[in-house]
Ligand binder design. Structure first.
Ligand code: TXA
Ligand code: MG
Length: 329
């Protein structure tokens, strides 16, 4: 984005009931809407409108091969978009509405522009729990595609101000419902093959899904025959600053992303410090994660990250940290 915030045409509306018809009108006119969800903010468009969907790829700088998640209001609407086999029905029953995205075979007659699915025969479906997302989906009464509302490869947006900063020139309306509660994206499970696959660690911990399925989730990249989430590129969620993981001490010039009570050596010398959760609570750490990256990115050229346990939500946080630290092109 090159424009200055003051010149941009978007309007940010407090996400009250009166704002929903304005957002619906914007969507019907083929415009993009910043939509709060319980995970992160999404950049929403009418899934059936190929021009509007194309505008999402342009606005984000997103590669055309990376398909979008289709958001629907309930399981009935999900069934019109994708084929829900028994395993999908069980997961939907357990976790919808909520932060679980299911990749299933698409319904041939689904009212989804081909460009949204990047030509795949599968579709990623999500039924969000956030009341504003649900109100918007109900009032629009059709599927909305919504990737995370950040520039492609950049840090995800957990507040309306992040959407303005990354995409302000491209959105007509942003529904501001305050900071998102969960803070990291939905878990994505692939159900289109023989075995369920964890395509993206996320807000629903792996163990909870495995318990409902009664089977282990194969990791996407441990099985070459399985389709992987096309958007799971090595470098992703990346701030401008360099990221150094598993830091046990802070080096000169670094900012510190801390976790828990035990701070790395030299913590007092850090250029800036954000502690994701002083008590070591992983849910709190997830909520604070992307905003913390943005805050530290504005203050230092490199960020040391303290170790974070790889259990529960820690798996999703560490996945994002590894991609944020990966070499960039
Ligand atoms: O929590 C979330 O899921 C947020 C909120 C806004 O709903 N959305 C989100 O969208 O994270 P996005 O576009 O940032 O990430 C969606 C991921 C991408 O990695 C994409 O490649 C993958 O889902 N995906 C979409 N359709 C797929 C498909 N048919 N098969 C495999 N992966 C798919
Ligand atoms: Mg994203």
């Amino acid at each position: 984005m090159t424009g200055k915030a003051a010149q941009l045409p978007h309007i940010v509306l407090a996400a009250r009931r009166e704002a929903i018809p304005l957002a619906v009108a914007a969507l019907r006119a083929g415009n993009l809407v910043g939509m709060p969800t319980e995970t992160v903010y999404g950049l929403a468009a009418d899934a059936a409108d190929a021009t509007a969907v194309g505008a999402i790829f342009l606005a984000k700088g997103r590669p055309r091969f990376n398909p979008l998640i289709v958001h629907v209001v309930d399981r009935h609407a999900a069934g019109a978009v994708g084929v829900l086999a028994p395993a999908a029905e069980r997961l939907a029953e357990a976790f919808w509405p909520g932060p679980l995205t299911l990749v299933v075979a698409r319904q041939p007659a689904a009212p989804i522009a081909g460009i949204a699915l990047a030509g795949l025969s599968t579709v990623a479906i999500r039924v969000p729990a956030h009341p504003v997302a649900r109100a918007l989906l109900a009032a629009f009464s059709g599927p909305l595609v919504a990737p995370s509302a950040n520039r492609s490869g950049h840090v995800s947006a957990t507040a309306a101000a992040h959407v303005v900063a990354d995409l302000g020139a491209a959105v007509a309306v942003i529904l501001d419902a305050g900071p998102t509660a969960i803070g990291i994206e939905s878990t994505i499970v692939g159900l289109a093959g023989d075995r369920p696959i964890l395509l993206r660690a996320g807000a629903v911990p792996r163990a909870a899904i495995e318990q409902v399925l009664g089977t282990r989730l194969t990791m996407a990249d441990s099985d070459r025959e399985s389709p992987q989430a096309p958007g799971m590129l090595a470098s992703h969620y990346a701030p401008a600053a360099m990221i150094r993981l598993e830091a046990t001490s802070v080096r000169p010039g670094e900012a510190l992303l801390a976790f828990g009570r035990t701070l790395p050596a030299n913590a007092a010398a850090a250029v800036a410090v954000v502690n994701l959760s002083p008590t070591g609570n992983l849910a709190e750490a997830a909520t604070n994660f992307f905003a913390a990256l943005r805050t530290l990115d504005a203050q230092a050229a490199s960020i040391a990250v303290a170790p974070i346990p790889d259990e529960g939500l820690g798996e999703a946080i560490n996945d994002r940290l590894r991609r944020a630290a990966a070499p960039r092109n």
